[in-house]
Design a binder for this molecule. Structure first.
Ligand code: DAV
Length: 374
């Protein structure tokens, strides 16, 4: 039997953690960044691929035979070490810009857990704080991920959220999903799909633009999830726009990137004149140039496609943090008056997260309630 040292949750929100400057206040993807969470690689692991929810979230393009060849468990130590180095460089760069940087507390993702309906052999990681928490104005929203292994992932951010709550934020959680087997469907193609038994979605299915939010319906977000989000936000004056038939797999943030009011970066393999969200039709469109494939091959099945190169973090409407290898994208942004700070995540695709994924902006300059489409 192994013994595990249990870190009190939020333990590193002690004396050396930076103070929060006030409540969370972030309503868009581009106004000047003031406070941000940057994820951690340590302890990252691939959850059991044989769990239907893992198959759906990470490998739904593989058939059950191919899936049998995937190994779960710890990622190679050098992948985690090099990723920690890359994240540290990102943290220093953000601090150099005057941004307050928070990090998740250490969580032991190797511990198994269960509910009355299933057992998970482990958690997953704290690498992508974007994925499960949606910040809308002064409100922290915990989203109902369909991935069982991620059920307790936000433990690493609870200490920080306590601080934000005390500073005047609101903090809500979507109805805790049961994630019973019946939620997951096997389609005619014999591949898994997300059903509609209960609301399920991840925060990274959503992009925020003041009063307007774009919600991608895909294998990581169902229609019922959109209905729940709308029930929370519509009474506060927000509009939740469904983005359907654009990308069937996971999140929205390597398909559409909001650069600044009036300028959107679009993935030309997924977005077309027909399926572009109506609200964005009046904006200037920057069609993303082809991606350069330079990432590591540390695992046979990386968790994202090469389009992760357009998964950028805006630190101000005229400044983006972009994968240094994407020369053509960088040049295109510069032609549109957007400066670029090139950065590298050597194992971004392996771990399934670029600069938008590995961050969670908790404070940006622009107030909530702006109508960018008026
Ligand atoms: O294109 O593989 C990656 C999105 C990560 N948040 C893709 C989606």
């Amino acid at each position: 039997m192994t013994t595990t040292t249990v870190q009190p949750v939020g333990a590193d929100y002690g004396t050396d953690a930076p103070a929060v400057g006030g409540p969370v206040s972030s309503a868009d993807e581009f106004s000047t960044l003031r406070e941000v969470v940057v994820g951690r690689a340590s302890g990252a692991r691939i959850p059991n691929p044989q769990d239907i929810s893992t198959w759906l979230a990470l490998y739904s393009h593989l058939d059950s035979k191919q899936l049998a060849g995937i190994e779960g468990g710890e990622l190679p130590a050098y992948v985690l070490e090099e990723t920690e180095e890359d994240l540290e460089v990102l943290v220093e760069s953000l601090r150099g810009l005057g941004v307050v940087v928070h990090r998740p507390a250490d969580v032991d993702h190797a511990r198994p857990f269960s509910t009355p309906h299933w057992e998970s052999t482990s958690g997953m990681y704290s690498y992508c704080p974007r994925d499960l928490t949606l910040i809308v104005g002064d409100t922290i929203i915990e989203t109902p991920s369909s991935v069982r292994a991620r059920y307790h992932e936000l433990d690493g951010l609870r200490g920080l959220f306590h601080r934000y709550l005390r500073a005047g934020s609101r903090w809500v959680s979507a109805p805790k999903p049961q994630l019973r087997d019946e939620l997951y469907e096997i389609g005619a193609d014999k591949l898994p799909a997300l059903g509609e038994l209960e609301p399920a979605f991840e925060a990274a299915n959503v992009l925020r633009c003041g009063l307007d939010l774009f919600y991608q319906v895909s294998s990581s977000g169902n229609e019922f999830g959109r209905i729940w989000l709308e029930s929370l936000l519509a009474p506060r004056g927000y509009r939740v726009h469904p983005v359907r038939d654009v990308y069937p797999f996971t999140h929205l943030d390597s398909t559409i990137s909001l650069i600044r009011p009036g300028l959107v970066l679009l993935n030309p393999e997924r977005v077309t004149e027909d399926n572009i969200p109506d609200a964005l039709r009046r904006w200037d469109r920057l069609w993303c140039p082809p991606m350069r494939q330079v990432g590591s091959h540390a695992t046979a099945q990386p968790l994202s496609s090469p389009w992760l190169g357009m998964n950028l973090l805006m630190v101000a409407p005229d400044l983006a943090i972009v994968d240094a290898a994407q020369h053509e994208l960088i040049a295109a942004l510069e032609r549109h008056g957007v400066g670029v700070l090139p950065h590298t995540l050597r194992h971004g695709q392996v771990l399934g997260g670029g600069f938008h994924c590995v961050t969670l902006d908790t404070v940006r300059d622009a107030p909530a309630g702006i109508d960018y489409f008026a």
